[in-house]
Design a protein around this ligand. Structure first.
Ligand SMILES: C[S@@+](CC[C@H](N)C(=O)[O-])C[C@H]1O[C@@H](n2cnc3c(N)ncnc32)[C@H](O)[C@@H]1O
Length: 227
């Protein structure tokens, strides 16, 4: 079974047997994990009947009905403590939606051994929520797949000994400390785009947007220099 580089990277982070994949859609994550002997059981959840049907069809195709159970529901609402889920994966959705899922399902989330999150945007807010809610980020990786950038965050229960800076919330402590070249490339592209926008609106009366952009450009340039 072939999966994208992004999905492959997500599956590489899994270190437990019993997973829940929230927003599973095609169920490629649990199917791939089982086919590669990385898990024993999975619960594939989705809020959409259509997506869950896609998941069921693929699970059927690989004859994994006894291994991967499907549940229709919002976020973690259909997961119980009795499910003894070790790893929660939430990938391919916006950060604010992800936070809503984590907040509403905080009991289930805090009982898992690891969270593997791949927010599509508002990544800084996901990091901040984790740090402020007794999670510790133990892995954080930016990657490029099909010309798009993605970030995968892995968290466990615990507290950060050293507080996160604003820059670390935005770009990731691991990426900055490791002088990650993909992050450097990402920042360079963002700077290029932001500078074009700034040039176009510089003489307009969008003062607060101009200030915001100037401030962002400064932060991005500072971090770029460290990489
Ligand atoms: C873009 S797909 C991502 C699929 C897969 N996780 C991946 O990373 O390739 C997002 C999926 O999340 C589901 N979804 C959106 N909101 C959800 C929620 N509140 N609870 C569960 N699933 C949700 C959608 O129905 C859709 O199937």
């Amino acid at each position: 079974m072939e999966i994208s580089y992004r999905l492959n990277k997500i599956t590489e982070k899994v270190t437990n047997d019993n997973i829940a994949d929230i927003g599973t859609d095609h169920a490629y994550i649990p199917i791939f994990l089982y086919k590669n002997n990385k898990i024993k059981n999975a619960i594939a959840c989705d809020i959409s009947k259509g997506s869950l049907q896609k998941a069921k069809d693929n699970i059927n195709k690989y004859n994994l009905n006894d291994i991967i159970k499907t549940r229709l529901g919002n976020g973690l609402e259909k997961i119980t403590l009795e499910d003894k889920v070790d790893t929660i994966i939430i990938a391919g959705m916006g950060g604010m939606l992800m936070l809503d899922i984590l907040k509403k399902g905080s009991l289930i989330a805090s009982n898992a051994k690891e969270l593997i999150l791949q927010p599509q945007k508002d990544i800084d807010k996901v990091r901040q929520y984790l740090i402020e809610n007794n999670f510790k980020i133990i892995d954080d990786e930016i990657l490029k797949d099909d010309n798009k950038y993605y970030t995968i965050i892995k968290a466990i229960n615990g507290n950060e000994a050293i507080p996160y800076t604003k820059e670390e919330y935005i770009f990731g402590r691991f990426e900055i400390n490791n002088k990650c070249q993909i992050l450097k490339e990402y920042i360079e592209e963002q700077l290029y785009k932001m500078e074009i926008v700034l040039k176009n609106i510089k003489n307009s009366n969008a003062k607060s947007r101009i200030l915001e952009l100037e401030n962002d450009i400064e932060i991005y340039k500072e971090v770029f220099k460290c990489l």
